[in-house]
Design a protein around this ligand. Structure first.
Ligand SMILES: [Zn+2]
Length: 189
């Protein structure tokens, strides 16, 4: 199923841990709606390097939504310990043993936690996401991601490696909340 063309630019960066972590956040977000459009999900997969035809059945989408809801626990964790516990639960219940694959020579060798290269979309999504979030947490000793602090937004995002913690998923949410806080701080006329 998921595959990638060997000739593409960014052959190795596209398979970097951070690239997979960002894809995880984008998929969790697109799958958060009540009825995610399979075309939107396919667009996110393509934007993150998935090559070839992407056919998602209603069953695939349902399975991916379940995986996204499970992964949300990692983003919702208060601190690094909570994120590690959430990931350990997923690694114990939802993923297979660690293995290496190069998809028959189409990609650089990289680790997988799904059973094989033909795993169903939901299994691949959960396993590849757990792998990336685990390595990011290991590397930074911080939660790999966060929920957006805007009360009107349900998005998750991948946190920066260092520096002050980002609170919002995007500039639009940050601006909206800054304006709202400014309004609240002004005495009413
Ligand atoms: Zn947001």
């Amino acid at each position: 199923m998921p595959s990638a063309a060997a000739t593409d630019d960014g052959w190795s960066t596209r398979h970097s841990v951070l690239a997979v972590a960002r894809r995880t956040a984008a998929l969790v977000n697109v799958l958060a709606g009540d009825r995610p459009d399979p075309a939107d999900i396919a667009d996110v997969l393509r934007a993150h390097g998935e090559a070839g035809p992407i056919e998602l059945t209603p069953r695939d989408v349902a399975g991916m939504r379940t995986a996204a809801a499970l992964l949300r626990d990692v983003f919702a964790a208060e601190d690094v310990d909570g994120a590690a516990l959430a990931l350990n639960r997923l690694l114990a219940d939802g993923t297979g043993p660690l293995r290496l694959t190069a998809h028959g020579g189409g990609t650089p060798w990289h680790p997988h936690l799904d059973r094989d290269d033909d795993a169903a979309w939901n299994e691949w999504f959960l396993a590849s996401s757990c792998m990336a979030l685990t390595v990011v947490l290991w590397d930074r000793q911080r939660p790999p991601g966060r929920l957006c602090s805007s009360p009107s937004c349900r998005n998750v995002f991948i946190t920066q490696g260092s520096g002050p913690e980002r609170r919002y998923c995007c500039r639009r949410c940050a601006t909206r909340e800054r304006v709202a806080a400014h309004r609240r701080s002004r005495p009413s006329a």
